[in-house]
Structures are given as C-alpha cells and as structure tokens.
Design a protein around this ligand. Structure first.
Ligand SMILES: Cc1ncc(COP(=O)(O)O)c(C=O)c1O
Length: 395
C-alpha cells in the first residue's frame, strides 16, 4: 500500500484566484520514501488532486456532462476514482474500452469518439454495448450502417483555435460546408445523427477560442434543423489546459468562461451538452519521481542521465510537444548551472532538456517532475528493453 499523502496545493493558486502553476503531488521526503518502497522511475497519482480537478470542472460547468478522455491516461489509478466520482468516459478503441470496463465504467457511460474506425474497433465496442459513436466522413457511414445501425451518432466538426498547442482539426472533423450533407447521408443510410462534436485543440490556453467554435456549431445546428435533422447533443470535446513551464488559468475561471459562451450561443434552445476533458483534468494529478543514474562533463557542459526519458514517461515531449518542469530538492538554496538532462536509452536524441538550469546533482539524487499525468505513460514504450515507470495511486 502506498503512503497516504497530503495534497500539495500550488502557492500560486493559493495567492492567485486566476492562474495555477505546476506543483508536485509529493514532497521530496515522500518521494524518497515511495521510491525506496517501489523503485524508480515512479509515477505517483494523487486521488485528492484528481477529485479536486473533477469537482472544479463539474461545479463550474453546471449541466455539462463530463466524459473523461481515457486516451490522456488510461491507468486504473485515474479511471477508477473518476468512475467512482460519477464521471462518464470517452474511449477511442477496444483497448481503452476494456481499461474503462475494468475500472468500473459500464458501456452506457461511454462514448466512442474515434471518427475513422477499423471495422474491428467498431464491432468489438458495439458488441460490448457501446452505442454512442462519432464520425466525420462519408466512408464511415457504410461501416456504421452495417455494424451499428441503432447507434446514436455525433458528427465531428473541424474548428479553428488560435491558442491551442495541438491542432486536433488538422486530421479530423468535417468542414462546415460538408456538415449537413454528411448528416443527411447518414440519415439516408438509416442511421440516427443526434448531435455534433468538436475539439478546439489540445492545451487550448484561451477559453475564448471555445466561443468561435460554438458559434460555428450553432450555425450548423440551425442549418441541420432546417434540413429536418433535429439535433439534441453538443459535445464540446477537450482542450482544457494544464500548467507546465507556464501557468494557465485555474479550472474554475476557464470553465466559467466556457459556461458563459455556452449560454450565449446555445442558451435559447434545449441541448444536452457533454465535454471530454483529458489533459486539464488529469495532467496535474501525476508526478514523476526519477533518479539521476549518471553524470558527466562533456565539452564544458554538465550532463545528467536520469532513469526515465523520451521513450518512457517523457514521450509526451515528442508526441505532445510539451516540455515538463524538472524540480531538484532545495533548488532555491543551491547554485544553479546550465546542464543537459538525458534519458536512459542508448539513443543520443533521448534528451529531456538543455534549457533548465539545475543545482549540481549527485548520482542517486531524485528529481520531481509535476504535471506528468496526461499523454505521458499513455505513449511510453519499452525501447531498449527498459521498464516503463511504475504507476502508484496515493490518497
Ligand atoms: C476526441 C477527443 N476528445 C477529447 C480529447 C482530450 O483532449 P484534451 O486532452 O486536450 O482535453 C482528445 C484528445 O486528443 C480527443 O481526440
């Protein structure tokens, strides 16, 4: 059993009502004890921080149903507490659906959001009882008509956002002009389109970007109504940001802004609104505990090799375009030096940072890396035969 730990609230969050910054969920002393017990690298998931974020979103988005996007982190230490707290779940594959089932979610609590599925992905999830699916292209319609005729469908729209780190409309989403024709094509094939979804892009720093997407969705909603398609569901996707090297708005402030935009754009009609938060909900809930396993001086620069890297928990640096803040013990009282921190594989591109000055670290010393709960372990590999970071849940 993991030690029961106190949650660590951000000093900035306690002094600023508007922004939140990256904070570890364990102290160095607690990390030392956990690493002694479970080894390193270790991803420590805080149930307290997870439930705090879930509650912040739930209370500041009244009437919006939360479907946690399991792709951000399908670990049981994340899925199970969210299920117990009353969340629903967004899955995009049979594997994610199984992880959600194992954590206690039922198929009725799931939406399958992959807009372009293999037949196997579709039929396996359908056979297990999932009935809500997303599509964004005509090629998906015959698959759905053959294998999931009684499903409820959402059409995914492409939307633009100026403040998002990752554009999730670059690959998926129907263009505005194609939206109603795609709904009519699905209806002609005997399918039922019940709503629309969009994703403003991941790590969307400005909640105002939701406003533009909502205006576009409303235009299409009204055109669909004129074409005889009565929609009921609006899925506003994810995009809620997390603090990494930079602070971001608190979840309350961010979500209240979205709630206002929803009221302005859809407040005059009955609509069931759902959201699929991933990163904003779970990134802060995990802290990586990693150990310095080697150090050297190369061409006048200090190099540290740590026991996790780009092929492991830092894979988000490659796929998710995020740089994570590294924290050394008592850094405020130690002199800082420019350095390179590299991962444990034999690949020389496995470099975690060249930009973050650190104290003179000892071999064996621990570093804490907060905000490691989204798109980290989910995309990690065993390259070089190395173990993935172990995940433990703490209170
Ligand atoms: C369909 C869908 N919903 C939700 C999410 C979660 O997004 P975020 O982590 O930005 O909240 C994603 C991320 O890729 C997605 O593709």
């Amino acid at each position: 059993m993991a030690t029961v730990l106190e949650s660590h609230s951000s000093s900035e969050t306690t002094t600023s009502p508007v922004y939140r910054s990256a904070q570890p969920v364990v102290s160095f002393a607690e990390a030392e004890s956990l690493a002694g017990q479970f080894g390193s690298p270790l991803l420590v998931a805080s149930r307290t921080v997870l439930l705090r974020n879930y509650e912040a979103m739930r209370s500041s988005l009244p009437g919006v149903e939360l479907f946690y996007a399991a792709k951000a982190n399908p670990a049981d230490a994340i899925l199970r507490p969210l299920c117990e707290a009353g969340s629903s779940v967004d899955v995009c594959s049979y594997g994610e659906m199984q992880a959600a089932l194992a954590a206690g979610f039922t198929p009725e609590m799931m939406i399958h959001t992959h807009p372009c599925k293999t037949v196997q992905n579709l039929t396996c999830c359908y056979a297990a009882g999932v009935r809500w699916f997303v599509y964004d292209n005509a090629g998906e319609i015959p698959k759905l008509a053959e294998h999931a005729r009684d499903a409820s469908l959402l059409l995914r729209l492409a939307v633009s956002s100026s403040s998002s780190l990752i554009n999730l409309s670059a690959k998926f989403g129907a263009f505005e002009a194609d939206a109603v024709p795609l709904m009519l094509a699905a209806r002609d094939a005997g399918l039922t389109v019940r709503g629309m979804s969009f994703h403003v892009g991941s790590q969307c720093r400005s909640p105002e970007d939701f406003h533009n997407a909502l205006c576009q969705a409303r235009r299409i909603w009204d055109r669909a109504a004129k074409a005889g398609i009565a929609l009921e569901v609006l899925d506003v996707g994810g995009g809620f940001p997390a603090p990494y090297l930079d602070s971001v708005l608190t979840l309350d402030v961010y979500c209240r802004s979205l709630a206002r935009a929803l009221e302005e754009t859809f407040g005059d009609i009955p609509v069931r609104v759902i959201a699929e938060p991933g990163r904003g909900l779970v990134a802060e809930t995990m802290t990586l505990v990693t150990r310095v396993l080697g150090k050297s001086e190369r061409g006048g620069t200090r190099w540290y090799i740590i026991d996790d890297g780009l092929y492991g928990s830092f894979s988000g640096q490659v796929f998710d375009h995020v740089e994570y803040p590294l924290m050394a013990s008592a850094a405020a009282e130690r002199e800082l030096f420019p350095c390179v921190v590299a991962g444990p594989t034999c690949d020389s591109s496995d470099v975690v940072t060249r930009e973050q000055p650190l104290p003179d670290l000892e071999i064996g010393e621990l570093l804490l890396v907060p905000t490691m709960g989204a798109y980290t372990c989910a995309s990690a590999s065993n390259f070089n035969g190395l173990d993935l970071a172990r995940i433990i849940g703490v209170e």
